[in-house]
Design a protein around this ligand. Structure first.
Ligand code: 5GP
Ligand code: ZN
Length: 113
């Protein structure tokens, strides 16, 4: 499963992506179909299917902290941005490797569809 998983393959650099940040546990890269001027995905390098399968307390905190650092780097922190984790069918998840969306660079509507 992890072998053929798209985001595991991106994490192993087997599939090219535009990497914006990386540390020992996480990787951040630009979404291939951006929904905003800044649209970056932050993933754990180790495979986790979805938010439902996160078995520890600090992983999502680390992912969020990396999103904030990237928002600062991208120059969108002050005006604002959105962080989103879609989970399973009703949440709109299409890639079943946990990822946090960082969206910004334009005014975003609410509520989401
Ligand atoms: P989800 O709908 O699961 O929350 O988000 C999956 C995201 O992954 C989508 O925004 C989609 O555009 C992005 N995505 C799908 N395949 C690729 C890919 O091969 N490379 C990159 N960089 N993003 C991808
Ligand atoms: Zn994976």
């Amino acid at each position: 499963m992890a072998n053929s998983c798209l985001f595991c393959r991106i994490a192993r650099h087997e599939i090219p992506s535009t990497v914006v940040a990386e540390d020992e546990r996480l990787m951040a890269f630009r979404d291939v179909h951006p929904q905003a001027p800044t649209h970056i995905l932050i993933i754990p390098k180790a495979h986790v299917d979805s938010l439902n399968d996160v078995g520890e307390f600090d992983l999502v905190g680390r992912m969020t902290r990396m999103a904030v650092a990237i928002a600062e780097q991208e120059g969108i922190a002050r005006r604002g941005y959105r962080t989103v984790i879609n989970t399973n069918a009703d949440g709109g998840q299409t890639v079943f490797h946990l990822h946090l969306h960082l969206l910004g660079g334009r005014s975003l509507g609410w509520p989401p569809g």
